[in-house]
Design a protein around this ligand. Structure first.
Ligand code: RIB
Ligand code: CA
Length: 317
């Protein structure tokens, strides 16, 4: 069976790192490349961390293209110190895996996205799990991107839950104007995996010990990354179950391999870009009040058991 091709747009980060390893190691997936963007940490650290993780799991063949260092419009990035500290605590500037011996690719993220989708005859799923700055920039320069991408799978947003403000989720909040452009574009298929879903695929310390017991580079690294996330979440953003953490970005990759990991509803999604209290909020029209045609398949449920089984199966390699 042909492997499913994908490009991951990341702000690596601890959960991005698990997503990268899952995409790099699962036999049903073909990770064409990674693009990085300002988000959890400054973009140069996202690039360095992504190179480190790929090399750590034996995939130095996967190119990493560095992207935009600032949001399209917001003037207050890099992230305000207080927020950076939050992201910094959950992610840290440099991941605890060895420095990569190789360099980032010469082409920038936006150039890579445009050139790849302009020239390919392959179906390549686009999986942004970070602020949508690169994607919006590529759309602006190459509007036909919406016809060339078979499906875009976005980690972002929240209906009942915010994590960076009471109202907004980090990736969308990190570049609201970019997100508004992406959700308004006419992609062939948009799958949105918001916090409402990722907070239902919680991973525990016991799960981390099962990952570590695999004895593989990916298993040990995943246990380290996720274990750190649990520790910080218990301190500053406790989950419904203490001693657990969401691994947001990896749920998007898991869905590509096992669609039953999430359950979706077809709804209209828009992004607030101006509200003082609500900037960066995804407005998910769950009761069809807005009269706008639904354009997203939005995940409100996730299966933690299936998700964890996939991580264990894949990282055993
Ligand atoms: O809100 C969760 C998202 O923000 C994840 O993608 C995490 O990596 C951070 O970028
Ligand atoms: Ca991310």
């Amino acid at each position: 069976m042909a492997r499913r091709k994908l490009i991951l747009d990341v702000d690596t980060g601890t959960d991005d790192a698990v997503a990268v390893m899952l995409a790099a190691l699962h036999p049903a997936l073909d990770l064409v490349g990674c693009t990085t963007v300002n988000g959890n940490v400054e973009v140069q650290y996202c690039t360095d961390n992504t190179l480190r993780v790929l090399d750590h799991v034996g995939r130095p063949d996967v190119p990493v293209h560095e992207g935009l260092a600032r949001p399209l419009v917001r003037p207050d990035f890099p992230i305000p110190r207080a927020v950076r500290d939050l992201a910094g605590q959950i992610h840290g500037r440099t991941l605890p895996v060895p420095l990569s011996a190789r360099r980032k690719a010469d082409a920038s993220a936006v150039e890579f996205l445009i050139e790849t989708y302009r020239s390919t005859t392959d179906e390549i799923t686009l999986v942004p799990v970070a602020p949508l700055t690169n994607i919006a920039a590529a759309l602006t320069l190459y509007p036909r991107l919406v016809d060339r991408v078979p499906e875009i799978v976005i980690m972002g947003g929240g209906h009942e839950i915010g994590n960076i403000t009471p109202s907004a989720e980090f990736n969308i909040w990190g570049d609201p104007e970019a997100a508004a452009i992406v959700f308004a574009a006419k992609f062939r298929k948009i799958t949105l995996v918001p916090l409402d879903a990722t907070h239902r695929a919680l991973v525990s310390y016991d799960d981390c010990e099962r990952l570590r017991a695999l004895g593989t580079p990916a298993g040990r690294a995943a246990a380290d990354f996720i274990g750190h996330r649990i520790q910080v979440h218990d301190e500053i953003q406790r989950m419904a179950v203490a001693g657990t953490t969401p691994v947001h970005d990896a749920v998007c990759v898991g869905y590509l391999v096992d669609p039953a990991i999430i359950t979706t509803r077809r709804l209209h999604v828009a992004v607030e870009t101006t509200g003082t209290l609500t900037v960066g909020r995804t407005i998910i029209d769950t009761h069809f009040r807005g009269g706008q045609e639904p354009q997203c398949d939005v995940a409100f449920e996730a299966d933690a058991r299936r998700f964890m089984a996939l991580l264990l199966e894949t990282f055993a390699r």
